[in-house]
Design a protein around this ligand. Structure first.
Ligand code: GDP
Ligand code: MG
Length: 267
C-alpha cells in the first residue's frame, strides 16, 4: 500500500460546527499547535473504476460540508480506468484535504474501508460510495449523531423517510432478502444493517480485528458490538448514473460466508 496526495488546508472558514452542549461526548483530539489541523471527520471512499463520478463527489462534498473540518481518504485498488490518478489530481486541487491510499489490486470493499480507517486522522470516520448514491449533504448529521452519543450512525434506506430510487426490481429484492437474512441470522435490530453509508467512532474500526470479507463491513461491525448505541438517519439512495456497480456473484457469496462466520462466532 502506498499513500499519496496528502495536502493540508488552512483553518480559514472551518471549525464552526461544535457538539451540542450537554449531550456531547468529546471524541476530538486536542488541536495541534503546528502542522495540519486535525480533522473532526474522515470520510473514507473506496473506489474501483469511478473516474467520472469521483470529481463530482469531491466538488459536492466541498460545497455542502463548509464549516465541518473534514478530510477525505480515497482507497483505490489500481482501477484500470485511472481513478487513482484522478484521485491524486483532486488531492492537488480540492479545498478538502485528501489522502489517497493506492492498493496494488482489487481486494474488496470491506478491506478497503479498513485500510482507509487506518490512514484516517479524525476521531469519527464515515464510509460512503464514490458514485453519488450517498448524498454528502448527510455528512454533518452523521457526524452530529456520533457527537451526540451514538457509536454507530447508519444512513438508512429502511426507516421512515428513507428509500431507494431508480433501483431495478432485482436489486431491491436482493437487498431486502440479504437484510432479512442479516437481521434474522444475527439478531440485528438495525433496519438497514447492509447500508454502505455510515459513521463510526474511528477506534471501533481500528481497535478490533475484522474479517473484512467482501462488501458489507457494517454487518460485521454491528455483530461485533451488539450493545453499542446505534442511530439510524433516513436517506434516499439514488442509483448511480455513472459507472457500473461492482456487486456481483462473488460479493454475494462473500456476504453469505460472512454471515456464516458471524453466526458461528456468536453461537
Ligand atoms: N477500493 C475498492 N473499492 C471498491 C471495491 N468494490 C467496490 N468498490 C467501491 O465501493 C463503492 C460501492 O460499490 P458499488 O459498485 O457502488 O456498489 P453498489 O452501490 O452496492 O452497487 C464504490 O465507490 C466502488 O467503487 C473494491 O474491491 N476495492
Ligand atoms: Mg454504489
Amino acid at each position: 500500500m502506498t499513500q499519496s496526495g496528502e495536502r493540508a488546508t488552512g483553518p480559514a472558514g472551518r471549525g464552526d460546527i461544535r457538539p451540542p452542549l450537554g449531550t456531547s461526548r468529546d471524541t476530538s483530539d486536542p488541536p495541534r499547535p503546528h502542522g495540519r489541523p486535525t480533522p473532526l471527520l474522515s470520510v473514507v471512499v473506496p473506489t474501483y473504476n469511478e473516474r467520472d463520478a469521483l470529481p463530482l463527489l469531491v466538488a459536492r462534498m466541498a460545497e455542502v460540508t463548509r464549516g465541518l473540518p473534514l478530510e477525505l481518504v480515497i482507497v483505490d485498488d489500481a482501477s484500470p480506468d485511472g481513478t487513482g490518478a484522478v484521485a491524486d489530481e483532486a488531492a492537488k486541487s480540492s479545498s478538502v484535504p485528501i489522502t489517497v491510499v493506492h492498493r496494488p489490486g482489487k481486494t474488496g470493499l470491506a478491506s478497503a474501508v479498513l485500510e482507509g480507517a487506518a490512514a484516517a486522522r479524525a476521531p469519527v470516520v464515515t464510509v460512503m460510495d464514490a458514485d453519488l448514491s450517498h448524498p454528502p449533504e448527510l455528512l454533518p448529521a452523521l457526524w452530529q449523531a456520533i457527537q451526540g452519543g451514538a457509536d454507530i450512525a447508519v444512513a438508512s434506506r429502511y426507516v421512515p423517510g428513507g428509500g431507494v430510487e431508480r433501483w431495478p426490481l432485482m436489486r431491491r429484492l436482493v437487498s431486502r432478502v440479504a437484510t432479512f437474512a442479516a437481521q434474522g441470522g444475527l439478531g440485528l435490530r438495525v433496519r438497514d444493517p447492509l447500508s454502505g453509508f455510515f459513521a463510526v467512532r474511528r477506534d471501533l474500526l481500528t481497535g478490533y480485528r475484522y474479517k473484512g470479507l467482501g462488501y458489507k463491513l457494517l454487518v460485521e461491525i454491528l455483530a461485533t458490538h451488539p450493545g453499542r448505541p446505534v442511530i439510524e438517519i433516513p436517506f434516499r439512495f439514488v442509483d448511480r448514473q455513472r459507472g457500473k456497480s461492482k456487486l456481483g456473484v462473488e460479493e454475494i457469496l462473500a456476504f453469505l460466508r460472512l454471515l456464516w462466520y458471524l453466526r458461528g462466532r456468536s453461537s
